[in-house]
Design a protein. Structure first.
Length: 128
């Protein structure tokens, strides 16, 4: 069972993603959450999720800074970035960091789950 970790500063969005998707029924373990990258990184180091879903703009440490740290220390973790901002510079930097997906908000549960499922196939192939 692949582990999913969520980093999102908007409480309502975080709760929606966490609670409106039946993670277990789809073969995932929702292993943790944080409201910004600074809080998330030590938790990610400890929990070692397979996939991190993170917002891009957050206080203290944004999603790109968090992604850089994750890719440096835990390069096997796949990352999905969520953003309400459609700026090319963000997407370009995300690609350079090695982000798997760059998705625009608002996103519904089905759409996010499709992206997670596609990424899960990639994670499983890497493991083999």
């Amino acid at each position: 069972m692949l582990k999913i970790f969520l980093v999102e500063d908007e409480f309502v969005v975080r709760e929606g993603i966490k609670n409106n998707i039946d993670w277990k029924a789809h073969g995932y373990e929702f292993c943790g959450e944080a409201s910004d990258g600074e809080l998330a990184f030590p938790m990610i180091q400890k929990l070692k999720p397979d996939i991190v879903i993170t917002d891009i703009r957050m206080p203290f440490m944004d999603g790109l800074a968090l992604s850089r740290l994750i890719k440096k220390e835990l390069p096997w973790i796949e990352i999905i970035i969520l953003t309400g901002f459609r700026e090319f510079d963000y997407a370009k930097e995300a690609i350079n960091i090695g982000i798997a997906e760059f998705l625009s908000k608002p996103i519904n549960g089905e759409e996010l789950l499709r992206e997670v499922d596609a990424l899960a196939v990639k994670v499983e192939e890497k493991r083999k």
